[in-house]
Design a binder for this molecule. Structure first.
Ligand code: FAD
Length: 516
């Protein structure tokens, strides 16, 4: 049995347990923990692993209250630990309440459901059943009474109190409460439809529905496309002055200029800018590739493929296209096994004097500006560039390899992308699922879905610009028709997403502000 890799990786938002960390993760922790003990060879565990990963993504905001972990009992060094926790069959799920004592074996969860929704609701039930060991970061989940709400601002120093009105059997209120637990300046409470006084005073008629209640007694209804958890959580998380705790907080809606000594360019967050795309080309070709004085073999093929898809699909200004086409034909004609960067640079700088061919020689971020110099910029432009190329390729009539753009991105990232850890992650996603892509349309959706997977992994990470939180994109206010809710669960409408991407990354919609 090779259990080396297990079924989960550190990027799954799941704590990977080993004999070295298990005790410190489980015991005396301020959060509750749900642990899956599995064996990587067991088919049932393999089948269950996407659900466990999906659950981890779904409740990643709940981490300070409850976290997920996994231990591979097939791995030799883990076996004894699994015996000590009385694990006999796989997978076994155990719940450890907050502040569990050393030696506790946890609560064995039987008849584990196999869908994210039922598992998530089960977690809410488990949290609620552990009143004596309430995780300190977990807000109250029980329904609020009219009196509590009337006196709420006497003892709570937040700007917003969000009230979710719902029936007793609904989980939406508790789920939104947990989704917001890491956010400052807001509290969420559920109110039952049976709370007659408040319901009639606020004239609430829909269950569920969400209201914002203010210290002065005023209230407003939160308008959403669909009355469901994902819509409420997104709307509340992006309220002015609400921000993820522990993040340096600039003013939420105005850019804090004091910390940035660069010119700030106003931009529309729902548009693509040519300045970012040209800056991506400049940085990748003049800075990133320049780190390799000599390019050979696989790396040279990667560079050739990258330039060829740019020459074919990049909807650039004529001068830029002339330069990319000159570089493409030069590289196509280049038959040696290796090339020196200096000869590539000569073509980039147009030493051969091709008429009207220039690649701008600077980085100028517009839609990819960060609130601080170390946020966004180049990686943002790399995503934007390749999304754009997948869409341009899907619109083209070219008969070349339908996967050319994804292959170009994969090999460019693998060979040249300066963030090496990003490259490793991206390569493993490509290895996992790029094989399922068969045509240009599914290429567009594949890259969109993988980018959202990365967004989900990076939400709350140190590299996240607090002014540009990592969200599942496009959010409901950008593309209402992309979202739907079935049985209370969020679902993407892939057809609508595809239409949206086609229009968002359309050549004739790219804004040309701030170009020389
Ligand atoms: P970005 O994620 O860069 O997105 C740029 C823009 O694209 C957004 O502003 C939005 O308009 C749009 N967008 C967002 N989501 C989607 C989507 N699903 N489909 C289409 N468009 C979308 N950073 C790490 O810390 N760890 C990593 O492992 C890592 N891996 C990376 C792998 C690759 C291939 C790349 C290009 C970048 C990686 N990064 C990684 C960087 C990270 O993903 C972000 O690019 C960076 O943090 C800047 O974030 P941002 O806020 O500008 O948004």
């Amino acid at each position: 049995v090779t259990a080396k890799a297990g079924l989960y990786t550190p990027t799954d938002q799941i704590v990977l347990l080993s004999p070295d960390n298990i005790d410190s993760v489980i015991f005396n922790s301020s959060r509750s923990l749900l642990v899956e003990f599995y064996a990587s060879w067991c088919g049932h565990c393999i089948a269950f692993s996407p659900t466990w990963k999906g659950l981890a993504r779904d409740i990643k905001e709940w981490k300070p209250a409850v976290d997920l972990a996994a231990m591979d009992c097939a791995e030799r060094r883990n076996r004894e630990t699994c015996y000590n926790y009385n694990i006999q069959g796989y997978p076994t799920i155990k719940f450890f309440q907050a502040f569990s004592k050393r030696g506790s074996k946890g609560l064995h969860i039987r008849d584990v459901p196999h869908d994210v929704k039922t598992l998530r609701q089960g977690i809410v039930n488990l949290l609620e059943s552990n009143v004596e060991a309430w995780p300190p970061a977990c807000p109250p989940l029980e329904p609020a009474s009219e009196v509590e709400i009337d006196n709420f601002f006497d003892s709570n120093n937040v700007e917003y109190l969000a009230l979710i009105f719902e029936t007793a059997d609904s989980y939406v209120g508790r789920e939104v409460t947990l989704d917001l637990l890491q956010y400052e300046n807001i509290a969420v409470r559920r109110v039952l439809s049976s709370e007659q006084g408040l319901v009639s005073r606020m004239r609430v008629t829909d269950f569920p529905s969400c209201y914002l209640y203010y210290a002065n007694g005023n209230y407003t209804r939160v308008t959403v496309n669909i009355e469901a958890r994902s819509f409420y959580s997104y709307a509340l998380q992006k309220l002015p002055r609400v921000a993820r705790a522990g993040k340096p907080q600039g003013a939420n809606d105005s850019h804090s200029k004091s910390t940035v000594d660069r010119e700030w360019r106003e931009f529309n967050r729902s548009r693509v800018y040519m300045a970012d795309l040209e800056s991506a080309l400049h940085y990748s070709l003049r800075v990133e590739v320049a780190a390799y004085p000599e390019i050979r073999g696989e790396a040279l093929s990667a560079l050739k493929l990258y330039i060829s898809v740019l020459a074919k699909y990049f909807p650039g200004r004529p001068v830029v296209m002339n330069l990319l086409q000159a570089l493409d034909s030069w590289l196509t004609d280049y038959k040696e096994f290796k090339v020196s960067y200096s000869s590539i640079k000569a073509v980039l700088d147009n030493a051969g004097e091709v008429p009207n061919a220039v690649l701008p020689n600077e980085e100028k971020w517009v839609g990819c500006q960060g609130s601080q110099p170390h946020y966004r910029g180049y990686p943002c432009s790399v995503w934007t560039l390749f999304h754009l190329l997948t869409v341009q390729a899907a619109e083209s009539t070219s008969s070349s390899d339908p996967l050319d753009v994804l292959k170009a991105m994969r090999s460019y990232v693998k060979n040249f992308f300066g963030c090496r850890e990003c490259a490793t992650h991206f390569e493993s996603m490509a290895e996992d699922s790029m094989g399922e892509v068969t045509n240009r349309t599914t290429s567009v959706l594949w890259l969109w879905a993988r980018h959202n997977q990365v967004n989900s992994r990076l939400a709350g990470a140190l590299s996240e610009d607090p002014q540009f939180p990592k969200i599942q994109w496009p959010p409901p206010d950008m593309c209402p028709q992309c979202h739907s809710v079935t049985g209370g669960e969020h679902e993407w409408k892939q057809g609508a997403v595809l239409d949206f991407l086609r229009s968002h990354f359309a050549a004739d919609r790219i804004l040309r502000d701030h170009l020389e």
